[in-house]
Design a protein around this ligand. Structure first.
Ligand code: E4P
Length: 222
C-alpha cells in the first residue's frame, strides 16, 4: 500500500518525507487556502521534495478552462497529478489529459458508479472520500470494497484506488485489508499510526534494564 500525505504544508511534507514512508502528496483548494500561500509556487516546492505523484486540483468547472488549468499544472513538474472533480466536464478533462500521458486524480468520488466512469476516463487515481461518507451516516469503507471489487473484475482498468478523507488509523487498516492501492492521510493521522502505548511501555522497560548493564554498544566508536 502506498502512503500519500493530504496537506499543502511544505514544512510538514518535508519533515514526513524524511521518514522515507511517503509515496506522494494530495492537495486540494481548501488545503491550499489554509496555507495562505501562492498555489503554483507551493506545488513546485512540493514536487521538488517528494518524488511520487503530487495532486494539484483545477479550480474551474467547465471543460475548456479545466483543460487549460490542468495543462498548466502538469507543466510545473513531471510528478504532478492533475486533480479534477467527478463531474462530466471533469471526466472529459480527465480523458483528454490522460490521452496526453498526464496523470489525473479524479476526486470527490462518492459512489461505485462514479468510480467506474473515472476508470473509463483513464484516471491514474480515483479518490473516494470515506470520512465524508461516514460523517453523513453512510459506510465509507463499503464504497472502497465495492470499487476494489469492480476494478478487480476488469483488469483493463488501470486506475488506482486512492482512499481519501481519512480520519483515523483504522481507516488506513481497513483500506489495506480491502486491498486499496493508496491512502492519503492527514499528517496527524500519519504520525499517529506509529503510536502504541505498549510500544512506549516496552521501550521504557528495555532502556531501564539496559542502563543497569552499564554497557554501550558504540563504546568509544562515536
Ligand atoms: C483528497 O484528496 C482530499 O484532499 C481529502 O482527503 C479530503 O479530506 P477531508 O474530508 O478531510 O477534507
Amino acid at each position: 500500500m502506498k502512503f500519500f500525505v493530504d496537506t499543502a504544508d511544505v514544512a510538514e511534507i518535508a519533515d514526513l518525507n524524511d521518514s522515507g514512508l511517503l509515496d506522494g502528496v494530495t492537495t486540494n483548494p481548501s488545503l491550499v487556502a489554509k496555507t495562505g500561500r501562492d498555489f503554483v509556487t507551493t506545488v513546485k516546492e512540493i514536487c521538488k521534495i517528494v518524488k511520487g505523484p503530487v495532486s494539484a486540483e483545477v479550480a474551474a468547472t467547465d471543460h475548456a478552462t479545466m483543460l487549460a488549468e490542468g495543462r498548466k499544472l502538469a507543466a510545473l513538474a513531471t510528478n504532478v497529478a492533475v486533480k479534477v472533480p467527478l463531474t462530466l466536464d471533469g471526466l472529459k478533462t480527465c480523458k483528454a489529459l490522460s490521452d496526453d500521458g498526464i496523470m489525473v486524480n479524479v476526486t470527490l468520488c462518492f459512489s461505485p458508479a462514479q468510480a467506474i466512469l473515472a476508470a473509463k476516463a483513464g484516471a491514474a487515481f480515483v479518490s473516494p472520500f470515506v470520512g465524508r461518507l461516514d460523517d453523513v451516516g453512510h459506510d465509507g469503507m463499503a464504497l472502497i470494497a465495492d470499487i476494489v471489487r469492480i476494478y478487480t473484475n476488469y483488469p483493463d482498468f488501470q486506475t488506482e484506488v486512492l482512499v481519501a478523507s481519512i480520519r483515523h488509523p483504522m481507516h488506513v487498516v481497513e483500506a489495506a485489508k480491502l486491498g486499496a492501492d493508496v491512502c492519503t492521510v492527514p499528517p496527524a493521522v500519519l504520525r499517529s499510526l506509529v503510536k502504541h502505548p505498549l510500544t512506549d511501555k516496552g521501550l521504557d522497560a528495555f532502556l531501564t534494564d539496559w542502563k543497569k548493564t552499564g554497557q554501550s554498544i558504540l563504546g568509544n566508536d562515536k
